[in-house]
Ligand binder design. Structure first.
Ligand code: PGA
Length: 250
C-alpha cells in the first residue's frame, strides 16, 4: 500500500508575511489528513514555514537544490542550507525550471543525487509538452526523463523518491489530463521504474499527478489505481482549496 502524498508547489508566490497567513490558516484544516502533506515554498519562506509547522502534520519542501555542496554557484541554494532552514522535501526538475532555467535530465540527475546524499526527500517532475503528446511521444519523453533522472541512483535511494507526472500542457492552464490519461501515463512511468529497479521498488514508489489539479477534479484523479497524490500549483495558494484536496486524498 502506498500512502498518498499531496504537495503544494507555491512557485514564486507568497512573501514571508503571506506565507505565515496561509500556513496558519491551513494547519488546522488538514490536521486529520491521512496522506502526507507538504508545502514547497520559496527559499525565503522555508525557515519561517518550518517554524510554523512544528508539531503539525505538514512538512516543508524547497523548489530546487544545488548539485554541489558549496562554493562559487551564485544564486544556488545548497542541501545543507535547505536542511538547516527546516526543509525535508525538495522539488527537482519542474517543467518551469526545464523551460526557463536550462534544467536538463543531466542537471536533474545531479540535483537528485545531491538531495539523496543529504537525506532530503526528492519530488522529481517529468512530463511531456503539448506537441509531444499530440505527436504520440508522451511515453518516449517520460521514459527519457525518468531514465535520465535516475542514472547512477541505487535501488535503495530510488525507493525514497516521489515522482510527479506533470503534463506541461496541463500546468496552470486549467486543462487537466483526464483521469484515464493521467492514470495510463503514470502506469507507464511505473513500468519504466520497474525495468530500472524491479517490481518491489516500482510498486512501492509514489507517483503523483500534477497539472491543474483542484478541488473539483481531485476525487476522480485519486480514484485511479496508479495515482498516489498530487503536486498542486495554483490551488495550493488558498488554504480552503488545498485543504479540500488534502482531505480528499485518502
Ligand atoms: P498547477 O501547477 O496546479 O497550477 O497547474 C502544478 C505544478 O506546476 O506543479
Amino acid at each position: 500500500m502506498r500512502k498518498p502524498i499531496i504537495a503544494g508547489n507555491w512557485k514564486m508566490n507568497k512573501t514571508a508575511a503571506e506565507a505565515k497567513e496561509l500556513i496558519c490558516a491551513l494547519a488546522p484544516k488538514v490536521k486529520n489528513a491521512t496522506c502526507d502533506v507538504v508545502v514547497c515554498v520559496p527559499f525565503t519562506d522555508i525557515a519561517l514555514a518550518a517554524e510554523l509547522t512544528k508539531g503539525t502534520n505538514i512538512e516543508v519542501g524547497a523548489q530546487n537544490i544545488a548539485w554541489a555542496d558549496s562554493g562559487a554557484f551564485t544564486g544556488e541554494i545548497s542541501a545543507a542550507m535547505l536542511k538547516e532552514a527546516g526543509a525535508t522535501y525538495v522539488i527537482i526538475g519542474h517543467s518551469e525550471r526545464r523551460q526557463y532555467f536550462g534544467e536538463t535530465d543531466k542537471t536533474v540527475n545531479a540535483r537528485l543525487t545531491q538531495a539523496l546524499k543529504n537525506g532530503l526527500k526528492p519530488i522529481v517532475c517529468v512530463g511531456e509538452m503539448l506537441a509531444e503528446r499530440e505527436g504520440g511521444k508522451t511515453e518516449t519523453v517520460c521514459r527519457t526523463q525518468v531514465v535520465g533522472a535516475f542514472e547512477g541512483i541505487s535501488a535503495e535511494d530510488a525507493a525514497k523518491v516521489v515522482i510527479a507526472y506533470e503534463p506541461v500542457w496541463a500546468i496552470g492552464t486549467g486543462k487537466t489530463a483526464t483521469d484515464e490519461q493521467a492514470n495510463e501515463t503514470i502506469g507507464y512511468i511505473r513500468s519504466v521504474v520497474k525495468e530500472l529497479y524491479g517490481e518491489r521498488i516500482a510498486e512501492g514508489m509514489r507517483i503523483q499527478y500534477g497539472g491543474s489539479m483542484n478541488a473539483k477534479n481531485v476525487e476522480g484523479l485519486m480514484a485511479q489505481t496508479q495515482i498516489d497524490g498530487g503536486l498542486i500549483g495554483g490551488a495550493s495558494l488558498k488554504s480552503e482549496d488545498f485543504a479540500y484536496i488534502v482531505n480528499a486524498a485518502k
